[in-house]
Write a new protein. Structure first.
Length: 102
């Protein structure tokens, strides 16, 4: 059975534990990349990642974009919405459809 995880700074992701999601607090992009690889090996289907961490890991996240699992979904952190999540969705749609339809 597939699982769901949340990656990011502790303050931003702590509340997701109350929803039954597994949380993985990481502060730097190197630890984030290592943790993301481990989660992919453990059959996680969805990984939510805070936008601030995703911004620091964009090159690593691009490697995972073409793979079916895990789906990596950026979410706003305690610092607020940076718009990165929408840009990543737009990039995925362009890749799938072949043009910008958003």
């Amino acid at each position: 059975m597939y699982k769901v995880a949340v990656l990011g700074d502790r303050d931003s992701i702590y509340g997701f534990a109350a929803l039954g999601l597994e949380i993985y607090p990481v502060e730097d992009p190197v630890d984030g990349a290592h943790t993301l690889r481990r989660l992919a090996e453990r059959e996680y289907a969805v990984v939510y990642i805070t936008e601030s961490l995703a911004r620091q890991m964009e090159e690593e996240l691009d490697k995972w974009r073409s793979r079916p699992l895990p789906a990596i979904i950026p979410i706003p952190g305690v610092s607020g919405n940076t718009g990165l999540g929408m840009r990543m969705v737009k990039k995925s749609v362009e890749q799938a459809v072949g043009s910008d339809i958003i």
